[in-house]
Design a protein around this ligand. Sequence first.
Ligand code: AMP
Length: 215
Amino acid sequence: MNIILLGPPGAGKGTQARFLVEERGMTQLSTGDMLREAKDSGTEMGKVVAGVMARGELVTDEIVIGLIREKLEGEKGGGFIFDGFPRTLAQADALGELLNDCGEALDSVIEMQVDDEALVARITARSTCGNCGEVYNDNTKPVPADGKCTSCGELAEFKRRADDNEDSLKIRLMAYYKQTSPLIGYYHAKGNLNSVNGLGDMAEIKTAMSDILDK
Ligand code: AMP
């Protein structure tokens, strides 16, 4: 089963993808994570994208499609979760072709709906475990006082993303509404679209997602 998690920054795509990886053995493909990795390891491409990402703009279609192509050619597993990809209509078309070329299908697109106010509150309070990626929130799930991650149990460094600030977030939200939200209509027309309310209890959201995937 191959699925896309669609939604604005802070909608909870990464958190839900982690559940699906643990419970269903799927493979998460996050273009944001791939780009951050390239940036941190100082590759040529990483240097090119660093400024674009810091500003909150979208990296070129060519770069992100290339990253996904490499992964699809190299990895096989219990299905892919596309997290943060596609983000433009050109990327959506390219993904359809790439899946087709490797004999795979797109089974479901799950749109996670969260209003802007909640997104800003979530993102400006967010940090993640540098070891396993567990997500924390200053207000609802603070970093443990003993410095040990509640998920992996390691004494970890808890990191904040450089683009998780109000200025970048405004641009990231604008990019979502302008360039990515047209994908809602695109996948609706293809008959793949499902929506969940991304606000509220994490367990309830998880159940809503499972109901969609198991129907
Ligand atoms: P994310 O971790 O998904 O919030 O992505 C962080 C940043 O990486 C975005 O603000 C973009 O600058 C870039 N990015 C991630 N995925 C894509 C994509 N599919 N297309 C273009 N830019 C992307």
